[in-house]
Design a protein around this ligand. Structure first.
Ligand code: NDP
Ligand SMILES: O=C1O[C@H](COP(=O)(O)O)[C@@H](O)[C@H](O)[C@H]1O
Length: 510
């Protein structure tokens, strides 16, 4: 891997501490950092190199996947770290930064390959990009890359405006827009599983698939992020980015020789094929909700409008469910149902592919107990793939009963790289496959914009749901209209337990 200087804006912040340093350390331990690697951390805080390194070490002890108790190893890692006080708005600070980076490159004999990582609020994206350009930081002989966190815009016009401004300093192929869902190991496997397995590939069409359900349920509420979340809601926080990315990755058909460009081109095609919704029609396919007080995993919790920092009359959405249709030859007629929300019954991110029922369609015979075949991709918190099939239960008069085949994709490994590790590794290698291209981001905002307008103008109801449930009843009704139901929503009294005594989600008989 080429020598790299990693320039981290927001080095004193929460994301750097919880995700970026641990990810870099894990890569270091796994031998996946460039041989010549240097990091310059930036912030307004008057830290020194020493206090910076001490903070980084602390973060490794707290958050790293790999043990950080080998003092010699940790020291070798943080030796590459320097700190520079920089105020994003002060042009002279960028000259100081340029001198420091040039010194480091000279000392290491490294070419000026610079990766600028923006772990700061979105209001800083544009001034940082402009200052990188104006200061000469971005005009050295090596490569330059811009890694940018979400949110990418607040709506369609602001996203377009931001992109225009960034593109004055960085070309599209130099911009790496992070969507951490694209870094999740199971999401990274989705395309290749279908691509490499004829058995899946052959079934991946409207001929065999009845519907696809994409769920990202959370048990947490707004936590300490009321100020941010109350202006964003589930639609901008999760749906526009993570959930639409999951839809693209689930629907994609990849050619055998797929490159990063081809993957992103195919994703763009899916977004272009999404049937648009008109603002006045949003209510027919979109449900929005807000949690009321309830009990989440045995603990009583307050309702959204009683959370600290949230206005008592807030109309913000903490839940969204939607039915989307892809108008292409593969997916015409297959509804994709998507939902996400806070304060729900369980933390689970999964994709369920429900197959059509050929037995019933082919004959009028009674098939007592038969359920549709399902292919279930568990994305988090645990990873796995499960296939639900029907088998005859000889003890119960030959009724059908579902059996589940678990496919172990990790080969028993339990210490797998997490999303930020995968993504930072790819950015260091210049592989943009699992970063959101501007076309995808723009098309996502384009699809979502009528929803934002309808929400803003209160054209659709804001349904309440009890904390600890699976969202408003209207979300169930959305699927019931089409003759389906959300799979694996398990009421506490129906939960069965796995061998470890934990609730086992798959209760196909509910
Ligand atoms: N935290 C998380 O889990 C996630 C965060 N994100 C995104 O990542 C970004 C960073 O989030 P997070 O780390 O939580 O935010 P924090 O508020 O914890 O950190 C903000 C960082 O920005 C720096 N900063 C703020 N103003 C200036 C300035 N004028 N000049 C120089 N540096 C400045 C701060 O440094 P100092 O105070 O020293 O000036 C600090 O390092 C945001 O865009 C957020 O949306 C995305 C996903 C998850
Ligand atoms: O980006 C975000 O994601 C988290 C959920 O991420 P996960 O990896 O735990 O599924 C969400 O809690 C947060 O509100 C959102 O900003």
């Amino acid at each position: 891997m080429e020598p790299t200087t990693f320039v981290l804006f927001g080095a004193t912040g929460d994301l750097a501490k919880r995700k970026i340093y641990p990810a870099l350390y894990n890569l270091f331990v796994d031998g996946k950092l460039p041989q010549s690697f240097s990091l310059v951390g930036l912030g307004r805080r008057e830290w020194t190199d020493e206090s910076f390194r001490a903070n980084v070490e602390q973060s490794l002890r707290q958050f790293s996947r790999r043990e950080a108790n080998d003092a010699e190893l940790v020291k070798r890692f943080v030796d590459a770290f320097r700190y520079c006080v920089l105020d994003i708005g002060r042009k002279e600070d960028y000259q100081k930064l340029l001198r420091l980076i040039e010194q480091r490159e000279e000392a290491l004999g490294a070419p000026p390959n610079r990766m600028f990582y923006l772990s700061v609020g979105p209001e800083f994206f544009e001034p940082i990009a402009a200052n990188i350009q104006d200061s000469g930081l971005g005009s050295a002989q090596g490569w330059k890359r811009l890694v940018i966190e979400k949110p990418f815009g607040h709506d369609l016009p602001s996203a377009r405006d931001l992109n225009l401004k960034l593109s004055k300093a960085f070309d599209e192929q130099e911009i790496f827009r992070i969507d951490h869902y694209l870094g999740k190991p199971m999401v990274q496997k989705l395309g290749s599983l279908q691509q490499a397995n004829p058995v899946i590939q052959a079934l991946w069409t409207n001929r065999y698939i009845a519907n696809v359900q994409i769920t990202a349920n959370e048990t947490v509420g707004v936590e300490e992020r009321a100020g941010y979340y109350d202006h964003i809601g589930a639609v901008r926080d999760m749906f526009q980015n993570h959930l639409l990315q999951l839809l693209m990755m689930a629907a994609i058909h990849l050619p055998h020789d797929s490159t990063s460009e081809k993957v992103r081109f195919k994703k763009k095609k899916i977004m272009e094929a999404l049937e648009p919704v008109q603002k006045q029609e949003v209510g027919a396919s979109v449900i929005r909700g807000q949690y009321e007080a309830g009990t989440v995993q045995g603990k009583p919790v307050v309702g959204y409008t009683s959370e600290p920092g949230i206005a008592p009359d807030s109309m913000n959405d903490t839940f969204i469910a939607a039915r989307l249709l892809i108008e292409d030859s593969y997916w015409r007629g297959v509804p994709f149902y998507i939902r996400t929300g806070k304060r729900l019954a369980e933390k689970s991110t999964r994709i369920v592919v429900e197959f059509k029922e050929p037995i019933k369609a082919a004959s009028e015979t009674s098939e007592e107990g038969a359920t549709p075949n399902l292919l279930i991709f568990e994305i988090g918190p645990n990873e796995g793939i499960t296939l639900q099939l029907n088998t005859k239960d000889l003890e119960h008069e030959g009724e059908f009963k579902p059996v589940h085949i678990d496919i172990d994709l990790l080969g028993g490994q339990d210490n797998v790289p997490e999303a930020y590790e995968n993504l930072i590794f790819d950015a260091l290698r210049g592989d943009s496959t699992f970063f959101a291209h501007w076309d995808e981001v723009e098309l996502s905002w384009q699809w979502v914009q009528p929803l934002l307008d309808a929400f803003e103008e209160n054209l659709i109801p804001l349904h309440s749901y009890a904390a600890g449930s699976y969202g408003p009843a209207e979300s169930d009704a959305l699927l019931a209209q089409d003759g389906y139901h959300w799979w694996f929503d398990v009421k506490p009294e129906q939960q069965i337990q796995n061998r470890e005594g934990e609730p086992y989600a798959y209760n196909a008989n509910h």
